[in-house]
Design a protein around this ligand. Structure first.
Ligand SMILES: *[C@@H]1O[C@H](CO)[C@@H](O)[C@H](O)[C@H]1NC(C)=O
Ligand SMILES: *[C@@H]1O[C@H](CO)[C@@H](O)[C@H](O)[C@H]1NC(C)=O
Ligand SMILES: *[C@@H]1O[C@H](CO)[C@@H](O)[C@H](O)[C@H]1NC(C)=O
Ligand SMILES: *[C@@H]1O[C@H](CO)[C@@H](O)[C@H](O)[C@H]1NC(C)=O
Length: 286
């Protein structure tokens, strides 16, 4: 085969890769294949009942090749070649994009608030989020029973055509993350004029994998959306959680009432310079 032909075929095969993947992944010991896409592929393989490994190295090494082969052998429509190509990637996403994360039931020590949201796989359906405060006043030493304080409508729909939490502009990922109250962003049209909640660091589930290294800048915010009225569904986001203006205005005031400090917005700066005051728990439901 001519090198040009090989190049052309590989470009075509890469174009068939489902989001968030942009290239076929395979082992190459001379020039090891690494990256966030490998990390995502490894997470998907880890969730397969056919894979025994436990790895998140981000390197497409021999262990990963063996894992992909085990996954492929478990699904007879796939060719067991150890290459993470379009068909393998599509099936892996279809079967294992969901993290199985379940809501926490207590607010751990050192967190002042918890926001729980349970979006459907079909993110078009808007749902309510709930803000919880601590029952126990001793912030530093004990976990606390959450007390509901405020309920508000949200939209967790990203910009992808297919449900996909791993793409940069895909649906809001499920899982658990540290969040914090930041001053309003400069772009009031798209992000609203009120203080926002920033997802700072994922702790569990897909958020644990993605935030902030793969998906940074996920916020809970509103917008001054032109032509939008509160009786309409909110616009899709880039994975942020959208709320109505009145609710996001009430949210930050309620948080301040609970003793939460508004931190001067560092935008996407990493590492995040403050100790986060809250938690976000996102449990995806059918
Ligand atoms: C994989 O790692 C997790 C987290 O360290 C651990 O809880 C689990 O038992 C491990 N599973 C296997 C099969 O080694
Ligand atoms: C998702 O939900 C919307 C709103 O309820 C509905 O119109 C749409 O048909 C649903 N899509 C799928 C694929 O079920
Ligand atoms: C809470 O934070 C304080 C101050 O940083 C620390 O000393 C304490 O160990 C933390 N408590 C828990 C349960 O993590
Ligand atoms: C969502 O919250 C609003 C405001 O509290 C409430 O009026 C509404 O009934 C809630 N909707 C659902 C489906 O729980």
């Amino acid at each position: 085969m001519s090198p040009l032909f090989v190049l052309l075929v590989s470009v075509l095969v890469n174009a068939d890769m489902p989001q968030p993947f942009k290239r076929v992944l395979q082992r190459n010991d001379d020039n090891p294949v690494t990256g966030n896409d490998v990390l995502i592929a490894q997470t998907l393989m880890d969730r397969s009942p056919f894979v025994q490994a436990n790895f998140t190295s981000g390197v497409y090494d021999e262990t990963m090749e063996t894992a992909v082969q085990s996954f492929q052998k478990g699904h007879e429509q796939l060719n067991p070649d150890g290459v993470f190509g379009p068909e393998t990637a599509s099936l892996a996403l279809k079967l294992h994009i969901r993290d199985g994360y379940k809501h926490i039931t207590m607010i751990p020590a050192n967190y002042t608030y918890l926001i729980k949201v349970s979006p459907h796989v079909n993110r078009t359906i808007e749902i309510n989020a709930t803000l919880f405060a601590r029952h126990s006043k001793s912030l530093l030493i004990e976990d606390s029973v959450p007390v509901p304080v405020m309920e508000f409508k949200v939209r967790c729909h990203g910009k992808d055509f297919a449900p996909n939490q791993f793409s940069t502009d895909g649906d809001t990922p499920s899982g658990l993350a540290k969040i914090d109250l930041n001053s309003a962003e400069a772009d009031t049209k798209d992000i609203g004029p009120y203080p926002i909640n920033r997802i700072v660091e994922g702790l569990d589930g897909n958020l644990g994998l993605l935030a902030p290294n793969i998906r940074n800048g996920l916020l809970i915010h509103t917008g001054e959306w032109s032509g939008w009225t509160p009786d309409q569904p909110m616009p899709n986001s880039d994975g942020c959680i959208h709320g109505h203006p009145d609710d996001i205005n009430k949210l930050w005031k309620t948080l301040v009432g609970l003793g939460v400090t508004i931190r001067d917005n560092p935008y996407g700066k990493l590492p995040y310079p403050y100790v986060p005051q809250g938690l976000l728990s996102v449990e995806e439901i059918e």
